[in-house]
Design a binder for this molecule. Structure first.
Ligand code: HEM
Length: 75
């Protein structure tokens, strides 16, 4: 994996189909533009463990999303 994670290769696979379905009224977790637009709320929710609703992500997955957000949110 390069230093700069990409949405298609590294971030999209983090979101299960059930995550996408649960959140589709707010944003599409499989769409890079949607995730960019809500990146602050999404990162905050996985960092404080409130999302996904059925159990918090492990720290390395949260770290990967944070690196993508802080690294410019590449496609
Ligand atoms: C990684 C996956 C997920 C992310 C990043 C995520 C993120 C978020 C965010 C950012 C909000 C606030 C939306 C807003 O204010 O408009 C939210 C709300 C919500 N999410 Fe998720 N979510 C995820 C998975 C899930 C799952 C699996 C469920 C349940 C099946 C769920 C249920 C809800 C519900 C009920 C709300 C609205 C009320 C609340 O804030 O608790 N989410 N989620």
């Amino acid at each position: 994996m390069t230093d700069q994670p990409s949405f298609a290769h590294d971030i999209k696979p983090l979101f299960r189909e059930s995550d996408r379905t649960a959140m589709e009224s707010a944003f599409d977790l499989w769409d890079a533009a949607d995730v960019r637009e809500s990146a602050t709320a999404i990162l905050e929710a996985v960092e404080n463990g409130s999302m996904p609703c059925d159990g918090a992500w492990p720290a390395d997955r949260v770290g990967l999303l944070r690196r993508w957000v802080e690294g410019g949110m590449a496609d």
